[in-house]
Design a protein around this ligand. Structure first.
Ligand code: ATP
Ligand code: MG
Length: 726
């Protein structure tokens, strides 16, 4: 097995054991020139000289924290002193101590001038275990920590250790199958995050694949930035942010998705970051912002984020896999997790000493973060070389480090710092109020959705092609239907096909709609706009396409079959077809709000429509439907009843069917409507179309209601379940 360390490398002397006092250890006495602290220090000095990454990197500013002091200071001992004071700040009157050590812009000022203080205490997250008999499995096991304004907290740990879960828990976005215990406080208060109080760049990129980088960010700027800002300023902000993230060369490239290749993974990552930093949020969560990026791009992206945190005292929490040495040095605090357990929380720079003092010194020439991760990754349970050339397994090393951390002074300091922050409850974190107004949001969403529908072949174009093909089939099968007795049944069947099966096809756009819903969910959680604006945008943008689909193929079927010739009748036919398609879309929207998976959604939607079709009054005549349930209320709920009756009235009213048997009697359309189709003749065909439009509104309101209710009640249910301790 690969030895984790180079045997020739001078080592730190292993510490006496788990009770080692971390920060207070006089580091300088242990210091060896080959040690990594001096390495990292040297590289910091390199930064100062401008090589390799210092150009454009974050410059120490007034409010900069100890890491910048470290860079400026060439004395290791003094640097560590500063770190010590910083972590000790919680013990003593933080103001005094900080002002002494950090000087202007130190803790005192920060505490007074506001910003977002995020703390979590004894946080547990559990999920059902694979084997139901085992109860629940914990993903996070009693972790405690904090994030402060002007600082960046890096969460690190092996894959699957719970980084995203911690971020989700902090941002209030845990999955519904999880249970959370422990306090998460914002400025010392319990507060539900999400919906605009914080910004969260999730691990997966959910972007509108049909837009270019410029469009995606510009639309987002229009949605998020206030109306008081001019369009040209918003455009400038969007373009500046694109440049900040180094995307200028890809600015006119479409994002692309599974069907069309567009941006690379790393570029998509940066687009996601751009969208969330447009408004400079007060609290920013980033789940692996640098995955897919090369080391230079990672450095630049992270340094911009850190600059953002420092400039306006933003609070930033980042989970990260493989930071390079340069990137690692940018972090203020480090939270190291392994299998949900906290292995270390504290100053990023002091972590080196923690590992060293516990017998896991970082070999020279090795990136400290690589060393930490290698030590605490038990997935491949390697033997880790400890001091004195002893080897232990990774599992043992993790347990040892976790115990050592719990008994360390750093742990006490973190607890005290959390306690201190909690005791000074500040103002609640408010939702960003400076968003674009409702009308602007509706207009922008309509425009964006229209462009997306236009470019996404699967949304309407494919459907148009299928409708044309189907209507040609209908037109040729029922070609020139005539007015014979036999045409009565044929007319009824043809109209039924239009009302039921043609509208059923509206289900075809569901996968594209589910993609839209994912984007909506992300943007909604980040508070970019409201549910009503989304519904309005989606409804209005789909109207031209649905009109096109009902008029063009509709006309082909209508005139090939030879239904009533007058234009009024055709207009009614196309209008009712349009209303039914909108209704099916609205129904599918409601389904999507409950079943977000597209395959399950299609099956559910098809099932619901199948039932409605069955009792819409064609396959079983209305009078023959069993009264309980099928007649009352299902028959009245099924939109097919109104669609069938509207189409029948439109076609049969005013027609006469001469007898084929040479009898003088002709049958009027009215008689057929009453006796053959059992249509309710007490009201006009326009009432039927109005009812269908009314149903469209009801379904869209239902969608709105479900989303709003989920937003309101989900946190309450979670809170209740967490309270019951299950
Ligand atoms: N809702 C859930 N239901 C069941 N298991 C879950 C759930 N969420 C997370 N897990 C499990 O918890 C563990 C931690 O997941 P998490 O996504 O937080 O890891 P991570 O540290 O972010 O990993 P990566 O670095 O690969 O993104 C994983 O084993 C995952 O399968
Ligand atoms: Mg993750």
């Amino acid at each position: 097995m690969d030895s984790p360390v180079n045997v020739n490398v001078p080592r730190w002397t292993p510490s006496p054991g788990p009770t080692s006092r971390l920060i207070r250890e006089p580091v300088i006495t242990h210091h060896d020139p080959a040690d990594s602290i001096s390495d990292s220090f040297a590289s910091s000095d390199n930064n100062k000289l401008g090589f390799p990454f210092s150009i454009g990197g974050p410059q120490p500013d007034d409010g900069s924290i100890e890491s910048s002091s470290l860079r400026v200071d060439s004395d290791v001992g003094r640097s560590m002193e500063i770190i010590m004071d910083r972590t000790r700040g919680s013990n003593l009157g933080i103001g005094e101590e900080k002002i002494n050590v950090v000087g202007p812009g130190g803790y005192l000022e920060r505490d007074v001038s506001g910003g977002v203080y995020l703390t979590w205490k004894d946080l547990w997250v559990t999920v059902p275990a694979a084997d139901a008999a085992e109860g629940r499995r914990s993903i996070l096991a009693g972790v405690t920590g904090y994030a402060e304004p002007g600082e960046v907290l890096a969460i690190m740990g092996p894959s699957g250790c719970g980084k995203s879960t911690l971020l989700d828990a902090l941002a209030g976005r845990l999955d519904s199958n999880t249970r959370q215990k422990g306090d998460i406080l914002i400025n010392g208060r319990k507060q539900a995050l999400a919906f605009g109080t914080s910004a969260y760049v999730t691990q997966d990129d959910t972007l509108m694949t049909t837009l270019t980088v410029r469009e995606a960010i510009y639309y987002s700027a229009l949605l998020q930035l206030p109306d008081s800002m001019s369009r040209s300023d918003k455009k400038k902000r969007a373009e500046a942010t694109i440049k900040e993230m180094g995307l200028q060369d890809a600015i006119d490239t479409r994002i692309g998705g599974w069907s069309v290749k567009g941006l690379s993974g790393g570029q998509k990552r940066r687009v996601s970051i751009c969208i969330e930093i447009l408004t400079r949020p007060k609290l920013l969560f980033l789940d692996e912002p640098t995955s897919g990026l090369d080391s230079a791009a990672s450095y630049h992206v992270m340094s911009r984020i850190i600059k953002l945190a420092k400039q306006d005292r933003r609070t930033v929490v980042v989970s990260i896999h493989q930071p390079s040495g340069e990137v690692f040095e940018l972090f203020h605090n480090l939270c190291l997790l392994s299998s949900g357990k906290m292995v270390y929380f504290g100053s990023a720079l002091a972590a080196n000493e923690f590992f060293a003092s516990n017998g896991f010194p970082c070999p020279s020439m090795r990136n400290p973060s690589d060393h930490y991760l290698r030590t605490i990754n038990k997935d491949f349970d390697i033997d880790i070389e400890q001091g004195f050339n002893a080897t232990i397994t990774a599992t043992e090393a993790i347990d040892f480090l976790a115990k050592s951390y719990k008994s360390s002074e750093t742990y006490q300091q973190v607890q005290q710092r959390v306690q201190h922050i909690c005791s000074k409850s500040g103002p609640p974190l408010e939702k960003t109020k400076s968003h674009a107004g409702f009308i602007t949001q509706c207009l922008v969403l309509t425009q964006r959705s229209f462009v997306n529908m236009y470019r996404d072949l699967g949304y309407y174009w494919l459907r148009l092609a299928i409708y044309i093909a189907l209507c040609l089939c209908v037109g040729t099968i029922f070609y020139d239907i005539g007015h014979s007795y036999g045409s009565i049944q044929a007319r009824g069947s043809m109209l039924m096909f239009v009302a039921a099966f043609l509208t059923f096809m509206a289900i075809g756009g569901f996968p594209s709609f589910v993609e839209d819903m994912k984007i909506f969910t992300r943007e909604r959680l980040n508070g970019h706009y409201g549910v009503t604006a989304f519904v309005m945008g989606n409804t209005i943008s789909s109207i031209p396409y649905l009109l096109m689909i009902s008029v063009v193929p509709g006309a082909m079927a209508y005139y090939l079959v030879g239904l009533q010739k007058s234009i009024d009748h055709f207009i009614y036919f196309a209008l009712l077809l349009f209303a039914c398609m909108m209704l099916v879309e609205s129904l599918m929207m409601t389904v999507a709000s409950i079943v977000p998976d597209f395959l399950m959604g299609i099956i559910t939607g098809a099932g619901i429509q199948g039932v409605m079709m069955l009792n819409g009054g064609f396959f079983r005549l209305p009078d023959d439907l069993p009264k309980p349930f099928w007649r009352y209320p299902m028959y009245y709920i099924a939109f097919h009843k109104y669609a069938n009756q509207g189409f029948y009235k439109n076609e049969f009213e005013g027609l006469n069917f001469p007898s084929e048997l040479g009898q003088s009697r002709t049958i009027s359309g009215d008689e057929i409507l009453r006796s053959v189709w059992q249509v309710e003749m007490g009201y006009s065909k326009w009432v039927d179309v109005a009812i269908v439009f009314g149903m469209v509104i009801v379904y869209r309101l239902l969608f709105l209601g479900i989303i709003k209710a989920t937003e309101k009640f989900k946190p309450m249910i979670r809170g209740f379940l967490a309270g019951s301790g299950k």
